[in-house]
Design a protein around this ligand. Structure first.
Ligand SMILES: Cc1cc2nc3c(=O)[nH]c(=O)nc-3n(C[C@H](O)[C@H](O)[C@H](O)COP(=O)(O)O)c2cc1C
Length: 174
């Protein structure tokens, strides 16, 4: 039986949704792994907790804020027990337009899932991005994959491939 990953995304203008399906295709091409994609706006805690492997995708909106559907869902995360869950995160943002708040929502969501006992995977080197400040940053890493469809869309396919390989290797080891 294949290992199942539940990928939950929020998306206001479709970029995070499109990246979610690209991640799904990449994961499904790996032997022994399968990915279901869900919109967080139509999801429940019960559905999320059915999966032991999880990916959450979130864009930053309104200068450092969570995307609307994630903003609404966040209080429910605070009631969930993620102990034993393996979770990887990705975020969308615009480093040129919002260089002082680049991927902030990724950092906010990472803090929340860590508080609920999750093990976080898929930390991503931040040296190919140019920005001033980010709540998603820890030293030379982001708390997950960063995707910038405004400024660096040409790098997205390679980033997706590299991150999926990394996350599956980390999920498999753990
Ligand atoms: C009004 C507005 C505010 C934004 N604020 C931020 C921000 O603070 N930080 C950031 O990294 N990106 C910011 N962005 C960029 C979005 O995160 C980016 O366009 C993303 O791809 C949108 O994803 P979605 O289409 O899935 O909603 C903003 C975009 C708009 C239009």
């Amino acid at each position: 039986m294949a290992n199942k990953i539940g990928l939950f995304f929020g998306s206001s203008t479709g970029n995070t949704e499109a990246v979610s399906y690209q991640l799904q295709a990449e994961i499904n091409s790996v032997d022994g792994w399968e990915c279901d994609v869900h919109n967080i706006g139509a999801s429940t805690p019960d559905l999320i907790l059915k999966y032991n492997y999880l990916i959450f995708g979130i864009p930053t909106w309104n200068t450092g804020e969570l995307q609307d559907d994630w903003d609404i869902f966040l209080p429910r995360i605070a009631e969930m027990d993620f102990k034993g869950k393996k979770i990887a995160l990705f975020g969308l943002g615009d480093q040129n337009g919002y260089g002082y708040n680049f991927l902030d929502a990724l950092g906010v969501l990472a803090d929340e899932v860590l508080k609920q006992g999750a093990d976080l995977y898929g930390m991503w080197k931040n040296d190919t991005y140019q920005y001033e400040e980010s709540k998603a940053e820890i030293e030379d890493h982001f708390m997950g994959l960063g995707v910038d469809q405004e400024g660096q869309s040409e790098m997205t396919p390679q980033r997706i491939k590299g991150w999926v390989q990394q996350v599956i290797a980390e999920f498999s080891q753990a």
